[in-house]
Design a protein around this ligand. Structure first.
Ligand SMILES: Cc1cc2nc3c(=O)[nH]c(=O)nc-3n(C[C@H](O)[C@H](O)[C@H](O)COP(=O)(O)OP(=O)(O)OC[C@H]3O[C@@H](n4cnc5c(N)ncnc54)[C@H](O)[C@@H]3O)c2cc1C
Length: 385
């Protein structure tokens, strides 16, 4: 990709891709729960799949603000397809942020060159919101590390070439703490399960993966052993930008379609739906809330692009945009009557996909707990609230 593409050019590129390449296949991929390999291959060829990686590693170097914008464009058409891109970047964040040049070459640059996929292994069957309690364990050996445990809901999992896994490490029988490992899929002892059936994001495979006595070379450890919590917080703040952008993308697309619908639909012979004040007030209010969600998102991405802490802001943006997406999709669906829940109007898919947003990347409750912690700190500081 040429280096000089402007922000609006990027947005146009992604919008065209979403409308021309993704849109015709959305319904089939959702119904068949099919991973859209051909679409992702084309996205890779056009520099879209890995656009958010730094240029020196083979990506197109999108800023965080641009990342948020393009995820919004793609999510308006299909969040499930979009999330392959988000998880590719999110999973490899620890390598991008803290990997050695050799690790970056091995786990990022080569993967991008081969149009490969990465998956993120944080959630365990017993530990979802409480990631610090990870029971997947890596023990140092004479030749590297021995990994045992399992993860679930690993997005991209069935197609992934590498899993980036959060594990509890025990070093010399003393130091315990979290660490990230890049685990090649073909390592002996790695078993990837079947995709699970789910109501949302159905073309994004989310299988379980188990690690049984997986022998890892020292190069697999990303960052220092036991220091994974810092990387984890950075990673979560980064992928939450995706969640927030997805929420705004879904709401914007639903509002646009709803405006056309209420402008056409006559419930009574002389009155279109958009003559009812209830309808006008609902859509007007949702637009105000969409603009507020975008402001929160831009505030978070602007901080990230300036290299400043953006954890609280990304929690606020993710919380607000995803809760809005759930509520707005529900209210808008109601305006369509039976067509709202019929498959061929596209409304019910957005409603289903929106529902998943307040659960993953840290649920709404977890985002509010993050905000509360930061708010309390700010309240006792010089600036106040
Ligand atoms: C489509 C999709 C894709 C996903 N992809 C991935 C992936 O690629 N990699 C990965 O590792 N995981 C992935 N996940 C898993 C996701 O990150 C977890 O579902 C999420 O972190 C919540 O964990 P849990 O489902 O185990 O819920 P639990 O932790 O069991 O929580 C259950 C409920 O309790 C609430 N709760 C928890 N703690 C508190 C508290 N202190 N106060 C108040 N309420 C609380 C939660 O908000 C939630 O409502 C994905 C999930 C989905 C839906």
């Amino acid at each position: 990709m040429e280096e000089t593409r402007s922000r609006s050019e990027w947005q146009r590129t992604f919008r065209t891709f979403a409308e021309e390449v993704m849109a015709p296949h959305v319904r089939r991929c959702d119904e068949e729960r099919a991973f859209p390999t051909a679409i992702h291959e084309r996205a890779a060829a056009e520099g879209i799949l890995n656009a958010a990686f730094p240029e020196e590693l083979g990506g197109s170097g999108l800023s965080c603000t641009e990342f948020g914008q393009v995820i919004g464009e793609l999510s308006a058409v299909c969040p499930g397809m979009t999330w392959t891109l988000v998880f590719n970047r999110g999973a490899l964040h620890p390598v991008v942020a803290a990997g050695t040049p050799e690790q970056k070459e091995l786990f990022v640059t080569r993967l991008l060159k081969d149009n490969g996929y990465a998956a993120l292994g944080l959630t365990e069957p017993e530990n979802g919101s409480n990631l610090l309690a990870a029971t997947t364990r890596a023990v140092r050996t004479d030749s590297g590390w021995l990994l045992n445990g399992g993860k679930c809901m690993s997005g991209n999992g069935t197609v992934a070439d590498v899993f980036v896994v959060l594990a509890n490490t025990v070093v010399d029988n003393r130091k315990r703490g979290l660490s990230f490992f890049a685990v090649p899929r073909d390592s002996p002892g790695v078993t990837v399960g079947e995709d699970i059936e789910k109501a949302a994001f159905r073309c994004l495979p989310t299988p379980s993966v188990t690690f049984r006595d997986v022998a890892l070379e020292p190069i697999s450890l990303i960052g220092r052993a036991g220091d994974g919590e810092i990387l984890l917080n950075e990673l979560l703040a980064t992928i939450r930008i995706g969640g927030a952008a997805c929420g705004t993308g879904i709401v914007a697309a639903m509002l646009k379609d709803a405006l056309a619908w209420v402008g056409e639909r006559r419930v009574y012979p002389d009155d279109r739906l958009d003559t009812l004040s209830h309808v006008r007030l609902t859509l007007g209010r949702l637009y105000v809330e969409l603009c507020a969600a975008r402001e929160l998102l831009e505030r978070a991405t602007a901080l990230a692009d300036r290299g400043l802490p953006f954890g609280k802001e990304s929690s606020m943006a993710k919380y607000y945009a995803t809760e809005l997406a759930v509520r707005a999709s529900n209210e808008i669906l109601q305006l369509y009557g039976w067509r709202g829940i019929a498959a061929d109007h596209g409304v019910e898919k957005r409603w289903r996909d929106a529902r998943a947003l307040t659960i993953f990347e840290g649920s709404s409750e977890i985002q509010l707990l993050n905000v509360f912690r930061e708010m309390r700190r700010a309240a006792t500081g010089e600036g106040g609230l």
